[in-house]
Write a new protein. Structure first.
Length: 312
């Protein structure tokens, strides 16, 4: 594709299958056209703008490009959707602007022209979710009638459900998105059929190659895809379990009366043991210590003790 260039923002962010697949500019543009109904010329300038630091605590599952006069931030989201995505993306886009605008420039008298931002989240989780949803930063403002105050900061995030059977028109207009949706659906179908996660992912890779679904990509990156998706799904499960247990303890805390205190303490101890077991499993798949701490809620000291035990 003519006109493609790359920023020195991030050249090593292959920590999710989604990011690996759509970090290719041509695949990204194909997906962007399908999502927006546009048909960008083949010579549209495209520059990579993905940040290296992990803003989304479960994994680096975002891709950002400057496409013409727009910074497009595209994220795949598999775990329960966070209502704080607009705030996270506000921080994210500020960091990108900081990188693409020279510090001295913003102090000049003339107006500095910057590309406008656009935020799209592709929801691929197992919770029930509408075809589309819009999240706004202004929904988080303490002032409920912020719009009546005049001009104020806002940011909108378009969330699109890409689970198989949803938004079929969009998915059909992008061969790579369609392939990715089919691949993830195959993994989950294999799991429901009784396979463990490792076997479910490996079998899905082979199935898709045989059916010519993302075949070239999967042949080229099969081992990486298996390792990444194994980690991603483990993280998704870990986050879900943690959230469910926190809700369970919260419900029990609301019912505490006399003798039930012991029951709640038992729940807390049980959760602690499950957190330690979760940390042990994540250590075995070589997840970074920082992410294990975030997912489990354990302290660094606790995680390091478990790591020493696992290594021994």
């Amino acid at each position: 594709m003519d006109g493609i260039g790359y920023m020195s923002v991030n050249k090593q962010y292959k920590s999710s299958v989604f990011a690996m697949l759509f970090s290719d500019p041509e695949k990204f543009i194909e997906l962007y056209d399908a999502l927006t109904g546009k048909n960008l010329p083949t010579n549209t300038p495209v520059e990579l703008a993905t940040l290296t630091d992990v803003l989304f605590m479960d994994r680096q599952n975002d891709v950002a490009f400057i496409v013409g006069d727009t910074i497009v931030v595209l994220i795949e989201h598999q775990s329960t959707l966070s209502e704080n995505l607009p705030l996270r993306l506000l921080i994210y886009i500020a960091r990108i602007y900081e990188l693409i605008v020279e510090n001295e420039t913003i102090y000049k008298r003339g107006l500095v022209k910057i590309p406008k931002p656009e935020f799209i989240v592709l929801y691929n989780g197992i919770d029930k979710f509408p075809e589309e949803k819009t999240l706004k930063l202004s929904d988080a403002f303490l002032e409920k009638n912020a719009s009546s105050l005049g001009s104020y900061l806002d940011l909108s995030v378009r969330v699109v459900n890409i689970n198989k059977g949803h938004n079929t028109e969009i998915i059909e207009n992008s061969d790579n998105l369609k392939g990715y949706v089919e691949f993830i659906a195959a993994v989950r179908k294999n799991q429901k059929g009784g396979m463990n996660l490792q076997d479910a992912v490996e079998h899905a890779v082979n199935q898709c190659i045989e059916q010519d679904i993302l075949a070239d990509f999967l042949r080229k990156h099969s081992s990486e895809v298996v390792n990444m998706l194994f980690t991603e799904f483990n993280m998704e499960t870990a986050l879900r379990i943690r959230g469910e247990e926190e809700r369970e303890v919260g419900i029990e805390l609301g019912r505490v009366e006399g003798i039930e205190v012991g029951r709640v303490e038992g729940l807390r101890k049980g959760r602690k043991e499950r957190e330690k077991e979760m940390a042990e499993n994540l250590i075995k798949i070589n997840l970074p210590i920082e992410q294990i701490i975030q997912v489990t809620g354990l302290s660094e000291e606790e995680v390091m003790k478990i790591k020493v035990r696992v290594i021994q």
